[in-house]
Design a protein. Structure first.
Length: 326
């Protein structure tokens, strides 16, 4: 499923439509009645970890943008979208760096609920599936035949047409109404409010480090791709117990997590593809054979993990045994 950097980019696509009224709806979702969105105003767009939140209010609520602002928003949405194939999203914006204005605005996404959007059911939460995406002012088109040989375009879960003439299309996502965003910026790896101390405390647990990294209570937005890549960058074996690692190693791992996530978001905003070093690879960049295993806590969700035994050697516990494989 899309990880934190992808969902941050989705928010960038929705932002130009904030303040506009929905004039037409469509989509195949059965989780919500899409017609309930008709004639509502998109009041706010927020992101937390792997979840996107959109707030809607009655159209007679706070005024939307001026005509000039609407033109600028429509132009921004048009420039932010470029044709792409399949169900994968694509955004093309001018080259920026994480310190630049647009990325800083994404990182400063407000965690609180606006006063004008209070009340039950004003927020629509989106959680995206493996090939989930958002398109602005275009539909996704099939780039290959399916298993039956049909060239069928992906079916949108939701389509929102706005008063400006622009529209948003949502693919492969789950939606439900909620009273407010469930946000904790201290756990969001792409938030300026990310709490390093709390994250380090979590990493010190006597559990395999690859389990802890996917705990969204401490590393919201960090997914399987980021997990594999940063463990390789930090030269840490995924099954090493966090309690066996030096504080300097954990600090370095945390630095890798933040930097890799920011760099990935930067690349996405520039329309560049990710080139992983270890994820789904047979060899590491140094030419060593890569191991693959399905790892996860007992009774919990298990994920495919790739690591290089030479670059990421196992750490022995006090009794001389390597960290356990579960």
């Amino acid at each position: 499923m899309p990880e934190g950097p992808s969902v941050r980019k989705f928010q960038l696509l929705t932002s130009p439509f904030v303040g506009q009224v929905v004039v037409k709806v469509g989509g195949s979702s059965r989780k919500i009645n899409v017609n309930d969105l008709n004639a509502l105003r998109l009041q706010d767009s927020q992101v937390h970890g792997k979840n996107l939140y959109l707030a809607f209010v009655a159209a007679e609520g706070p005024l939307g943008p001026t005509a000039e602002e609407t033109v600028l928003q429509t132009k921004a949405a048009s420039e932010a979208s470029s044709p792409a194939q399949g169900g994968q999203e694509q955004v093309c914006v001018p080259q920026i760096h994480p310190q630049d204005k647009e990325l800083q605005e994404l990182q400063h996404s407000r965690p609180e609920v606006p006063d004008t959007a209070e009340g039950p059911g004003n927020w629509l939460r989106f959680h995206f599936g493996l090939f989930g995406s958002i398109r602005a002012n275009e539909f996704s088109r099939a780039n290959k035949a399916n298993k039956r040989g049909d060239w069928k375009d992906p079916i949108p879960r939701l389509v929102l047409h706005f008063e400006s003439g622009g529209f948003l299309v949502f693919y492969n996502c789950r939606m439900y109404w909620c009273s407010s965003p469930r946000t904790d910026p201290a756990s969001d790896i792409l938030s300026v409010e990310f709490h390093r101390g709390r994250a380090l405390d979590a990493l010190r647990a006597p559990d395999p480090i690859c389990y802890t990294l996917l705990d969204q209570r401490y590393f919201s937005g960090l997914g399987n791709i980021i997990k594999n890549e940063i463990l390789y960058l930090a030269k840490i074996n995924p099954l090493t117990q966090g309690s066996l690692l030096a504080l300097s190693d954990l600090e370095h791992l945390l630095d890798c997590a933040i930097q890799f996530s920011s760099d990935w978001l930067h690349s996405k905003l520039c329309g560049k593809r990710l080139h992983p070093q270890i994820y789904q690879k047979e060899q590491c960049p140094l030419g060593h054979a890569v191991m693959k295993g399905t790892l996860g806590p007992s009774g919990g969700f298990k994920r495919l993990t790739w690591w290089c035994p030479q670059c990421q050697p196992a750490v022995l516990s006090g009794d001389g045994d390597p960290s356990p494989v579960t």
